[in-house]
Design a protein around this ligand. Structure first.
Ligand code: APR
Length: 170
């Protein structure tokens, strides 16, 4: 069983090689976990993000972590949920894969994800958790260089869905 853990916590506090930011396409910050990460990382994060000139939905870009305990931040814009008929599921799967590919390329062995798109972007939590856990497990099966991936859930309700999604994989 690939090394995937589901924890309850604040992703800005995690001392891992990379944390993932559920960003928007501008990469210039926002609310939710994006806002929390920028607040904790400090102004240098936004300064570096400005040099990246945005990011497409489903793709990912990497920056340093600055004042965060994490070494890197991997920014990925998730899909906004528009009912499921606009490729949202594939785009969400692509977020997880793109972030892990960047993590491998940058020698990251521990990677923490938030629950991408299930806040402001309104992606249904049950579906998102299944897509996320499956995409991570599929990637880890071929990429032993990544030691551990965690889903860092900000509330019990979110964690319950990810726990169930992981159980369903076993
Ligand atoms: N640690 C971990 N998870 C967090 C934290 C935190 N500190 N803060 C919020 N979250 C959780 C939310 O509770 C939710 O489960 O992150 C998940 C994703 O929610 P959002 O942050 O709203 O992200 P998303 O739905 O992908 O919407 C992205 O929101 O903040 C803006 O700039 C961002 O436009 C983008 C949009």
């Amino acid at each position: 069983m690939p090394n995937i853990e589901i924890i309850l916590g604040d992703i800005t506090k995690q001392a891992v090689d990379a944390i993932v930011n559920a960003a928007n396409c501008s990469l210039l910050g926002g609310g939710g976990v994006d806002g929390a990460i920028h607040r904790a990382a400090g102004p240098e994060l936004l300064a570096e993000c400005r040099t990246l000139h945005g990011c497409e939905t489903g793709k990912a870009k990497i920056t340093k972590g600055y004042r965060l305990p994490a070494k890197y931040v991997i920014h990925t814009p998730g899909p906004v949920w528009h009912g499921g008929g606009h490729g949202e599921e594939e785009l969400l799967r692509s977020c997880y894969r793109s972030c892990l590919e960047l993590a491998s390329e940058n020698g990251c062995r521990t990677v923490d994800f938030p629950s991408i798109s299930t806040g402001v972007y309104r992606f249904p939590l049950e579906k998102a958790s299944r897509i996320a856990v499956k995409a991570i497990a599929e990637y880890l099966a071929d990429h032993p260089e990544i030691q551990r991936v965690r889903m860092v859930c900000f509330d019990e309700r979110t964690k319950a869905f990810y726990d169930r999604a992981l159980e369903a994989l076993r």
